[in-house]
Write a protein that binds this ligand. Structure first.
Ligand code: NAP
Ligand code: ZN
Length: 349
C-alpha cells in the first residue's frame, strides 16, 4: 500500500477537506506517479455535487494529472523513474471489445474505469488527482512533451483532448467556419485547436468581458450570445459548432446557425436535458452529435501536437487549500481559463 493524502468530498454539499488514504501497492505493469499538478474540470464539480448521480464518497476528484514517475513495476517498458507523465480521465478498460481494439477506450463496451469515482479491478473506488500519489496501469499513462510546463499542460489531459478529438473527427481545416460555444476550460482550448487547424473561429459567450481574451486566444469573431441581433448575422453559416456549455441553455438557437448538413457537437454535459424540435434538424438536414474525451493513442497524438506547436492552457495556479473557493468561482464562469492545483501545497499547514 502507498500512503497518500488528498482533498475529498464527503457528501454533495460540504466543502472538500483533507483526507488520508492508501493507493494500491505497485503491480508488475503499474507506474507510481508523484503528482505535481492537477487541473480542475467542471466535471469534477458535477460529480462532487452529485449532479449526474452515482457519487461514491469520500470522493477525491481530478483527472488532469501531471507529475513524475517515482517507481515502475517489474514489467513496465515505456517508463522509467523521473519521467514526466500525465494521466487523464481513464485508468483502465476491458481491452477486448471492438472499441478498445480500435483505440477508442472511452467507448469501452464494459465501461472504462474512470480516474475517480469508478470501481477498479479489485473492487475499490478509484480516487483522482487532488492528491500526492497515484498508481496507474502503464497503458493509461501518457508521455508529456518535455518542453511544456507541467502546470500549463495538465488540463490538456481532459480539456485538451475533449476539444481536439471532435475537431479532428470532423476534419476541421482551412475554409471551415467553426463556432465555439462557451469560453471556459474546454472552450478556450477549442479556440486554440480550431485556430491551429486553420478554421475561421467564432466564439459565443455569455460574458461580454471575455471578448478581448477570445480575440487574443485567436478567435476571428466574438458573439455575445444573449444579443439576438448579433446571433442573427450568423444564421445558416457554420460548418461545425462545438458546444462546451456546462449548464442548461437553448441549443436550438445554435442549431439555427449551422449551414445545411452542418454539425453541432455537444461536449458540455449539462445535468438537465435540452429541448430540440424536429424541424430544427429536418430543415437543412442538420446533425446534432456528441463526443467524449478521446482514446489513448489520440491523447498521445494531441500531446505531441501541442509539444510541436507550443500549445498549452491558460491557467490560474492555486494551492489546494483554495479548492472550495475555486469551485464557487467556476460556477460563476470566473476563471481564466483553467484552475490548476499546485499539489506541493498539500504539505502547507
Ligand atoms: P467551465 O470552465 O465552467 O466552462 C463552461 C462555460 O460555459 C463557462 O465558462 C461559460 O462560458 C459557459 N456557461 C456556463 N454556464 C452557462 C449558462 N448557464 N448559460 C450559458 N453558458 C454558460 O467548464 P469546463 O470544464 O470547460 O466543462 C464544460 C462542460 O463540459 C462541463 O459540463 C463538463 O462536465 C463537460 N465535459 C465534458 C467532457 C466530455 O468528454 N464530453 C470532458 C470534460 C468536460 P461563457 O462565460 O463564455 O458564456
Ligand atoms: Zn474533465
Amino acid at each position: 500500500m502507498i500512503k497518500s493524502i488528498g482533498y475529498a468530498a464527503f457528501d454533495a454539499l460540504s466543502p472538500l477537506k483533507p483526507y488520508s488514504f492508501d493507493r494500491r501497492a505497485l503491480g508488475a505493469t503499474d507506474v507510481h506517479i508523484e503528482i505535481a499538478f492537477c487541473g480542475i474540470c467542471h466535471s469534477d464539480l458535477h460529480t462532487v455535487r452529485n449532479e449526474w448521480g452515482g457519487a461514491k464518497y469520500p470522493l477525491i476528484p481530478g483527472h488532469e494529472i501531471t507529475g513524475h514517475v517515482k517507481a515502475v513495476g517489474s514489467k513496465v517498458k515505456k517508463f522509467k523513474v523521473g519521467d514526466t507523465v500525465g494521466v487523464g480521465c481513464m485508468v483502465n478498460s476491458c481491452g477486448h471489445c471492438t472499441c478498445c481494439k480500435e483505440d477508442l477506450q472511452q467507448f469501452c463496451a464494459r465501461g472504462f474505469t474512470a480516474t475517480y469515482n469508478s470501481t477498479d479491478a479489485e473492487g475499490k473506488t478509484t480516487q483522482g488527482g487532488y492528491s500526492n500519489h497515484i498508481v496507474v496501469e502503464e497503458k493509461f499513462v501518457l508521455t508529456m512533451p518535455p518542453h511544456l510546463k507541467l502546470e500549463n499542460s495538465a488540463p490538456l489531459l481532459c480539456a485538451g483532448i475533449t476539444t481536439y478529438s471532435p475537431l479532428r473527427h470532423w476534419k476541421i481545416t482551412k475554409g471551415h467556419k467553426v463556432g465555439i460555444i462557451g469560453l471556459g476550460g474546454l472552450g478556450h482550448m477549442g479556440v486554440k485547436f480550431a485556430c491551429s487547424f486553420g478554421a475561421h473561429v467564432v466564439v459565443f459567450t455569455t460574458s461580454p468581458h471575455k471578448k478581448a481574451d477570445a480575440l487574443k486566444l485567436g478567435a476571428h469573431e466574438v458573439v455575445i450570445s444573449k444579443n439576438a441581433d448579433e446571433m442573427k448575422i450568423h444564421l445558416n453559416t457554420f460548418d461545425f459548432m462545438l458546444d462546451t456549455v456546462s449548464a442548461p441553455h437553448n441549443v436550438e438557437n445554435y442549431m439555427s446557425l449551422l449551414k445545411h448538413d452542418g454539425t453541432l457537437c455537444m461536449v458540455g454535459a449539462s445535468p438537465e436535458p435540452h429541448q430540440i424540435s424536429s424541424s430544427v434538424v429536418i430543415r437543412g438536414r442538420k446533425n446534432l452529435s456528441g463526443s467524449l474525451i478521446g482514446g489513448l493513442a489520440e491523447t498521445q497524438e494531441m500531446l505531441d501536437y501541442c509539444g510541436k506547436h507550443h500549445i498549452t492552457c491558460d491557467v490560474e495556479l492555486i494551492p489546494i487549500q483554495k479548492i472550495n473557493l475555486a469551485y464557487e468561482r467556476l460556477l460563476k464562469s470566473d476563471v481564466k481559463y483553467r484552475f490548476v492545483i499546485d499539489i506541493s501545497s498539500l504539505s502547507h499547514k
